[in-house]
Design a protein around this ligand. Structure first.
Ligand SMILES: NC(=O)c1ccc[n+]([C@@H]2O[C@H](COP(=O)([O-])OP(=O)(O)OC[C@H]3O[C@@H](n4cnc5c(N)ncnc54)[C@H](O)[C@@H]3O)[C@@H](O)[C@H]2O)c1
Length: 161
């Protein structure tokens, strides 16, 4: 009985934690690239910024996302080279994204279901952040002690009652 209510409380906690909370920890920098840049330029920028993805922007408009995976699957294996291939040729243009008010739980579900590791965060039409699978894990682990404290509190409260 107590275990059941503690578990459902944990579920509610997970659902309450939003992308906005995560961005407070992670920051709102978004690294971008032009669709007409070469894949080599994209790789150089990923290395310089130490990130595994770049949001592809045509001016102010989000048009795609390119990740290390797009590179590893679409260049050498398809007989192309990174200096002669444009970002637009290998990027994903159907970008799975989230809003800041959506839950961390939803991000996990989306990443699992859609098999993506990076989710741009969109507000109106603007990209205001980016969440990676590593960010989600880091955030959840950092909150884990708090969740355990909460569970202990409820269990002890239940035993005392
Ligand atoms: N998430 C982190 O804080 C972090 C930091 C350094 C290294 N790593 C390690 O790197 C590996 C993959 O990590 P990952 O899943 O976080 O992916 P990743 O390597 O793409 O992301 C690393 C960090 O860069 C950020 N990032 C990625 N693309 C970005 C972009 N276009 N604009 C702004 N920020 C961007 C992510 O949000 C994350 O904070 C894991 O082994 C992880 O342990 C993670």
């Amino acid at each position: 009985m107590f275990e059941k209510s503690a578990a459902s409380d944990k579920k509610r906690w997970e659902a309450r934690m939003t992308v906005k909370h995560l961005l407070v920890h992670k920051g709102r920098d978004v690294w971008t690239i032009d669709p007409d840049a070469t894949v080599l330029e994209a790789l150089a920028k990923m290395a310089e910024k130490d990130v595994g993805s770049l949001v592809v922007m045509d001016g102010e408009r989000l048009v795609g996302i390119i990740t290390e995976r797009h590179y590893s699957r679409n260049i050498i294996l398809k007989g192309k080279t990174s200096p002669t291939t444009l970002v637009r040729e290998i990027m994903e243009s159907n970008v799975i994204h989230v809003r800041a008010d959506q839950s961390v739980e939803l991000c996990m579900a989306l990443m699992t279901e859609k098999r993506v590791r990076h989710l741009p965060v969109i507000e109106d039409t603007k990209v205001i952040g980016l969440v990676s699978i590593g960010d989600l894990l880091k955030f959840i682990i950092s909150k884990k002690e708090f969740a355990i404290d909460q569970l202990e509190h409820y269990i002890q409260g239940g035993i005392a009652a």
